[in-house]
Design a protein around this ligand. Sequence first.
Ligand code: ADP
Length: 458
Amino acid sequence: MKIRSRLTLQFTGIFSVILLLLLFSIYFLTQQMIRQEFSERLRSRALLRASLHLENQEIDQELFDGFVKKYISVLKDEKFEIYILKKNKSFEEKNKKLKVDNEILRKIIKEKDYYFVINHREYIGLFYDNRGESFLIIVSAVNDFGEKQLSKTGDLLIITFFVLLIIISILGIIFSKRALLPITILTIKANEISASNLHERLLEVESKDEIAELAITINKLLSRLEDSFELQKSFVSNASHELRTPLTSIIGNLEVILSREDRSKQDYEKVLQDSLQSSRQMKDLLNELLMFAQSSIYKESNFQEDIRLDEMLFDASDDLKLKYPDADIQIDFINLPDDAEKLNIKGNKHLLLIVFLNLIDNAIKYSDNKPIKCSLEYTLRGIEIKFIDKGIGIDKNEVSKIFQPFYRAENAREKQGQGIGLALIDKILQAHKAKIKVQSELEIGSTFTVYFPNIVKK
Ligand code: ADP
């Protein structure tokens, strides 16, 4: 069921209940008023009969009725009875016109003035205890006029109920339609937005209601989607471009050598060497691309290996000494814990090794083999590892961009690289709930700090 229909139904339902309560109260109060008024009339009749009885004025029923008809208002089917209370507590009926239960008679004695209704016939009973004589006077009649009035009131209230119900249902439909109109507009507009027009946004109104908030939230979501869409597009075009460069070089070299009439052994060797280097470059790039593509689906279950960070630092350094035999890599430890186990974290060995290898590789690569320093510091809050070089540094306007895939700083272009490493590192560290930050100054050097908070060490 749509929210609109549900709102209308709820609105109408609540209103109907309130209306029914109100109408019932009106009906009940009217009934009370009619009975009250009629009981007064019955009482005055009873009082008259009582005073006649007390003054011992025996009066014939027909004579009395004729007198009442003539001088007082007429009550429909009026009957009366006098019960004399005998010494043995039994009742003696005087004119046997009205039969009332003994139980009710006792109630009249108790209350002295008792009004009651039996089968649409209304009664009033009065009890007198006068100079040794105790008697009850009961007068009864049918409140024909009152009953008709009450039934008319009931009909009127039922009609009022249905008319108001129809009005309120119509109002409910209009009200819910109006209230949900902004959502309907949002839905129509949101349905129009697709990959081809992701730059379009929903209309943000000035008001501060929930719907305006929803529009702002959806717009923010669209912005994020557009960004990642753009990033994906540029990622694909950058990747294709990076792959095309070594491929073009291989094809160019092969075409040149094939176009020559006579080719020496050295020519062949040169082409093969160049092609091998371009192929390695492509393989590296493809490897990094693959890892970067997989980085969005890292699962926490793959991060359960025990890793000693100090040992991993040495492993990475040893690996890179094979690649850069002249490299001077210094490893320092600050504030080591008594228990070496505290340098253990839970994670993925292979991925964390990639982080350390890349950071040390960059430090060596961008500092032209100047000595570099890796320092590991243990604190109660976590473990901090710094990779410090005295190389070319990074322009302060570019520092925030170097973690974007394929971004390479202006001053790094002449060095080999694809610009994927730091983007990959960032993803791997995020998956490990670790952080990375950079401090750098052009021509002075850079410090990359990786921070593993204590929560990583379960
Ligand atoms: P690559 O090194 O393959 O270009 P990275 O993602 O590792 O890709 O680095 C991205 C960019 O960050 C580099 O191109 C370079 O401009 C800058 N950079 C990274 N590390 C350093 C460093 N230690 N010193 C100076 N610049 C660096």
